[in-house]
Design a protein. Structure first.
Length: 448
């Protein structure tokens, strides 16, 4: 961190100097001050918030990393993307203390209209803006309960939809998030279509959609008064799993059979990451509800619950104080336009295909790489003991991630019990991808 930014901290009343810019020092302070659930301070350094560009991120000791997390799918265009910063500087004088809850302002209306346009389906839609992905999920859940008069939900295992209230009730990706906390709503849970580990021992090409039949059975024996089936179009936190289109279609049709709505949680997979605005488009399904977040706000807290208009009976019944204030709405509109002008949907599909192809080489080379899968720039690598047994290898996965970060300076994240997740920013190039795969290759070799 340079003197200017250290001085900013000093001006804020903190007596800091360059000698305190050490990872261990700040990790200790952070561990005392912050209560964060899934963070592993053993692996990652303390990030320098003042430097970085594109897919290059730095810790406070000046170590440069190649970032393939994209801030867990938050940074569409990477760190400090110049055109974005210029646009942001140009709107610094807008009034941004206009909470969107009770009063209208032009930017949030334009953003709602734009989201209705880019999401699947020609039906009339409405939007509730939120400050997080979890709350975007909850906005859809409340609307579905209100419109259907029903109170129960279908969700999957694994699944991640948030850590609060109703959304937490749908989540099942890591017991850390859930155990000890009561379930906020009634959820019927069935296995996510996970073909590499099909619980019914089937092969995707000629299966009879036993996963959909499992939902039928669950609805028959547990009751079918379902408000909405909530599904990730790609399971992100739960292990980066790509469901086959026919299974998603089957879940959709089964939901419709019992009069339930269907919702695609696009918080991680949406915003063009997979090469389509919404990942559910890959599956040929038009959902009733869509939740968005992460990259939607360009690094600022913004989520959106998108549903059929009107979303609530008898006037709207859900909002948040800080929802889509003008500055963040303008930034979001800029991102959507820039994605179109820069043809980023196509680029993401192409770069993602290249990344998958290169990762296939790792699968051929390493017995412990059981599966690689993904759509666009949302890609996973499943780590196993060996390809024959497919036994999950969570400890080996953790060692690979640690080696990748600390020795190869590849800023990477795990996902689920034994997978590695690659969700880079949309500015990644094929040269960067080659570098990512080479570093991961060495990390796997060194960790076995
Ligand atoms: C699919 C999905 N839904 C919801 C959420 C929750 O978003 P947030 O952490 O912004 O509440 C996430 C976060 O990772 C997610 O991946």
């Amino acid at each position: 961190m340079d003197d200017k930014h250290i001085q900013v901290l000093r001006d804020l009343g903190f007596d800091l100097s360059a000698k305190e810019m050490k990872n261990d020092y700040w990790k200790k302070r952070a561990a005392r001050a912050l209560a964060l659930t899934t963070q592993d301070r053993d692996v990652y350094g303390c990030l320098d918030h003042t430097v970085g560009d594109g897919v290059h991120i730095y810790d406070i000791e000046g170590t440069e990393y190649l970032d393939v997390t994209g801030g867990v799918a938050v940074r569409a265009f990477g760190l400090r993307y110049r055109p974005y910063l210029e646009f942001e500087a140009s709107i610094n004088d807008v009034v941004h203390e206009f909470p969107g809850m009770d009063f209208d302002a032009i930017p949030q209306t334009l953003l709602a209209e734009r989201l209705a346009e880019i999401t699947p389906g020609d039906h009339r839609k409405q939007v509730v803006f939120t400050t997080s992905g979890g709350r975007a999920v909850e906005g859809c859940m409340k609307s579905a309960m209100d419109l259907s008069g029903r109170r129960r939900f279908v969700a999957f295992r694994p699944a991640f939809h948030g850590r609060t209230g109703y959304a937490l009730a749908l989540t099942s990706s890591n017991s850390k998030h859930k155990s000890g906390f009561p379930q906020g709503v009634d959820v019927i849970r069935v296995p996510y279509p996970y073909c590499y580990r099909c619980p019914y021992g089937q092969v995707v090409d000629d299966c009879n959609l036993e996963c959909v039949e499992a939902l039928r059975y669950a609805l028959q024996v547990e009751g079918d008064d379902i408000a909405v089936t909530v599904m990730e179009p790609l399971c992100g936190e739960g292990g980066l799993i790509v469901p086959p289109a026919k299974a998603v279609q089957g879940m959709y049709e089964m939901s419709k059979e019992v009069g339930a709505y269907f919702m695609s949680d696009e918080v991680q997979a949406g915003m063009g990451r997979t090469g389509k605005w919404c990942a559910v488009e890959h599956h040929g399904v038009v959902p009733d509800y869509i939740s968005m977040g992460k990259a939607l706000g360009g690094g600022y807290p913004l989520g959106a619950s998108i549903g059929p208009a009107p979303m609530f009976t008898g006037g709207s019944r859900h909002s948040e104080t800080f929802s889509a204030e003008p500055k963040v709405s303008l930034l979001s509109l800029w991102i959507l336009r820039h994605m179109e002008e820069g043809d980023f949907l196509k680029k993401n599909a192409e770069h993602g295909a290249y990344l998958l192809k290169r990762l296939e080489e790792l699968k051929d080379r390493h017995e412990v790489v059981g599966d690689v899968r993904g759509l666009g720039l949302m890609v996973g690598v499943e780590v196993v003991k060996d390809k024959t047994s497919k036994e999950k290898a969570p400890k080996l996965r953790d060692r690979i991630v640690k080696t990748a970060v600390q020795k190869e300076h590849l800023w990477i994240l795990g996902s689920g019990q034994n997978s590695i997740r690659l969700t880079p920013s949309y500015v990644i190039t094929n040269d960067d991808i080659d570098e990512v795969v080479d570093r991961l290759d060495r990390a796997i070799s060194a960790s076995k």
